[in-house]
Every structure is written in C-alpha cells, then in structure tokens.
Design a protein around this ligand. Structure first.
Ligand code: ITP
Length: 223
C-alpha cells in the first residue's frame, strides 16, 4: 500500500520505540499540511487512529503531533479539529483511556485550546468541553500561557474565478487554473510560472506564486 511521506513522518513521530519526541518528523508534518501536501482532514484522521493506539507512548506522541499542527497550521486545522463532534470525542477519549499520562496530556490540550480561543466567537465547542469537564470534577494541570500562542500567519484560502486574476484571460480546458500560494488568487499558468518558499507561512519548499507576489517577495523587506 502506498505510504505517503506524511504517513512515514507520522509513523516516526508516534513510534512507541521513541524515548523522546521526534521533533524533526513533527515539524515535517506541519510543513506538509501548510504546503497542502496533505489535507487537514486526512492528517487529523490519521492522528486520531494513533491516539487510540493501545501503546501509551504512541498515543501520547500522537497528542504531541496534534498539539503541534494546531499550533503551527492555523485555521485550516482549527476548522477541521474543533468541531462539536471532535470535542466530544476528546472528552470521551480522556475519560476512557486507561493511561494516566494520556489522560493528563488530553486535559492539558483541552485547557490550552479553550484558553487560546477564549476571546474568539469561533470554536465554542472546545470551550464548552472545558466547562463540562471542569463541572465533572476533572482537575487540570497548570496552564502554560505560552502553549496557547499560535503562529499568526497561515497561507490564505484559495479564491476561485473564471478569468486569470492578473491578465484576465478566460480559463479553458487548455488554459487551466492555478493558484498562488502567497495571495491565494487564481491565475493562468503564464502568470504563475514562478516558485519560491513562503517561510512566513511555514512553507519551506518552493511553491507556485504569481508574478506580482514573486516580485514583491524578492524586494528586500523595508528595514
Ligand atoms: O490541473 P487542474 O486539474 O486544472 O487542477 C488545478 C491544479 O490542481 C492547480 O494546482 P497548481 O496551482 O499547483 O497548478 C490548482 O491551483 C487549481 O485550483 C486546480 O484546478
């Protein structure tokens, strides 16, 4: 069965043979999500499977991967993870796991996420989960505010359109759509023939960008 690079990185990051976190693999997983090499949906589904591993180390490491993608991959991951259904799953997961370290880590994450979104009107489900767990008498570990700081920038969602955003030529079967990873606009192939990394979005590899963004990104940032 074809194993994607993401699968290999997740396998490494959650191996029960590890004695300490495999940060390089975890960061590669974040890059792959930010670069759209893997969708948040597929990534979270695979992480959920690892959460339910009978081995407490694998399960705990999968929570570390989940913590990292929430922290580093922004809204696309938040929208996938913090649904009412998933938040209820986190609650039943921590109440059913036989492993105390896994339960503690899940409690810590629910608290961190509820705190991180405290002033946002989105993701009410994770805040409700925190409230319910507290009301049930669960004791939470000390909150580390630094853990609730998420990287600010994530690449913009992709716009759609019938014509190239730059030269206005109409898309056809042969003149196909492409997207600039920096501005998210839709362009023809000729207007997005360049590539460059987008470190501000956690994208280290060269990705497709439009001529306008390419020029802007080459200009030295005004000091
Ligand atoms: O090749 P197609 O079957 O037309 O599909 C397009 C490619 O996947 C483009 O990827 P790219 O931007 O990396 O080229 C993407 O930006 C477009 O939205 C898709 O419509």
């Amino acid at each position: 069965m074809f194993r994607s690079s993401f699968d290999k990185n997740l396998e490494n990051a959650t191996s029960h043979l590890r004695l300490e976190p495999d940060w390089p693999s975890i960061l590669l997983i974040c890059d792959e999500i930010n670069q759209k090499d893997v969708t948040p949906k597929n990534a979270f589904a695979a992480i959920k499977k690892k959460m339910n591993s009978p081995n407490p180390h694998s399960s705990c490491y999968s929570l570390l991967v989940l913590e990292s993608i929430v922290k580093n991959c922004g809204a696309p991951v938040h929208e996938e993870v913090f649904t009412k259904e998933n938040c209820e799953m986190f609650s039943s997961f921590l109440e059913s796991t036989p492993h105390e370290n896994v339960r503690q880590k899940m409690l810590e994450l629910v608290q961190t996420w509820a705190y991180a979104f405290r002033s946002s009107d989105k993701y009410q489900a994770i805040k409700d989960t925190m409230t319910i767990l507290k009301a049930k008498g669960h004791t939470f570990p000390e909150l580390r505010e630094a853990d609730a700081m998420f990287t600010a920038d994530t690449a913009p969602n992709w716009a759609d359109g019938r014509v190239c955003h730059r030269c206005r030529v109409e898309f056809t079967f042969t003149n196909r759509k492409h997207h600039c990873r920096n501005c998210g606009q839709v362009f023809c192939g000729q207007c997005t023939a360049k590539q460059c990394p987008l470190p501000k979005y956690g994208i280290e590899k060269e990705v497709r960008v439009c001529d306008g963004c390419f020029a802007a990104l080459q200009r030295p940032t005004s000091g």
